[in-house]
Design a protein around this ligand. Sequence first.
Ligand code: ADP
Length: 328
Amino acid sequence: MKRVFSGIQPTGHLTLGNYLGAMRRWAEVDQHRADALFCVVDLHALTVEHDPARVRRLSRQAATLLLASGLDPEACTLFVQSHVDEHARLSYLLECVATDGEMRRMIQYKEKAAKEAARGRSVRVSLLTYPVLMAADILAYGTDEVPVGEDQAQHVELARDLAVRFNQRYGSTFTVPRATFPKVAARVMNLQEPTSKMGKSDESGLGVVYLLDETDVVRKKVLRAVTDSGRDVVYDRVERPGVANLLDVLAACTGGDPEVLSGEYDSYGALKKDTAEAVVEVLRPVQERHRELVADPGAVDEVLRAGAERARAMARPTVDAAYRAIGL
Ligand code: ADP
């Protein structure tokens, strides 16, 4: 059976981008077709200025929302990264294989470092080495496939490169993973700035639909989405990013095709209205299940405890082998 691994950062409230780009596929497809691990990657949340209590709260909320989205602890392994020491242990070894040039080329590093600098904050070393820790997350489990949104393509590519390099230098130790992307909505864009991705740590809350937004807030955000100056509904991600984004979201929510859907609308208003309702319908069951789970926090704790135990047992042999191979 294939081994699948993916993660989500507790750096903010989870978004529709996280759901359509990653979480929904994990629940509907990946956990049933593979030996799948899903992880709340809390160590990654320390790479920018953070409030300790908030990280703890958001980690728990992310785990709860993953369960609410349909992850079944009987079918997959759900855990929190910091509960399994192997991630940090392996990350150090991979830092001894990666180069600083490789790190500085990462698009996400450049963007996030620029944001920190704009806020007058210094850049943490861990922001630079973040992709190495992510490579460790993936490689520790002998992962074959990493289902992610398009924004993570470069990081998964690095994990591949490090696996190949390590294997060549020190003997075959790691499985070389590959990324898989959803067919539609692989990159959901910010509704107010459709040339940037919808990210959970964005400050423009109006452009980001959060999974726990109230129904009328979701409607308002979608209805106020920035569209383009044209009038006709065409699917063109470069020339008409706002409309294309709405078509992508509608297609992802209804199981349609964005090109085909574009032919069914002759006004932006109707497209926005249908998209808003489709998003509300997709979020409704997730929110209902989330409410039930919040009422039983002990059950979530137990899932995470058992998940960490299983994950540890899976990671340890590979990480131990890497320590031996590199000369320790
Ligand atoms: P964020 O950028 O919201 O902090 P994470 O880094 O925690 O997201 O990523 C969790 C998963 O969600 C990854 O697979 C990532 O590719 C996916 N993802 C995040 N934002 C989007 C988006 N706007 N569109 C599609 N997928 C996304």
